[in-house]
Design a protein around this ligand. Structure first.
Ligand SMILES: [Zn+2]
Length: 82
């Protein structure tokens, strides 16, 4: 979960892992550690029609999460780092 400065969606004030509750490191409004951000707008063909769900996971929880997959995540090397 993330909290931004009022009226500024670029100024991140607080972030925490939804799975374990750990507070994530933020410096000068930027997230400074590995984090998975998930967001889904559910539509008409869903039981959650009209709902927008979002969450964040620290890297340790992300690693546990993807270990549950039957098919592994696809990994590509990025040439530009974020
Ligand atoms: Zn976590």
């Amino acid at each position: 979960m993330r909290k931004y400065a009022k009226g500024d969606s670029n100024a991140l004030l607080y972030a925490a892992c939804n799975m374990c509750g750990k507070e994530l490191l933020i410096e000068n409004g930027l997230l400074k550690e590995g984090c998975f951000h998930g967001e889904q707008k559910f539509g008409y063909f869903s039981e959650k029609d009209g709902q927008n769900h979002s969450f964040d996971m620290c890297e340790a929880c992300y690693n546990k999460f993807i270990k549950m997959f039957k098919i592994p995540v696809e990994v590509r090397e990025e040439t530009e780092y974020l």
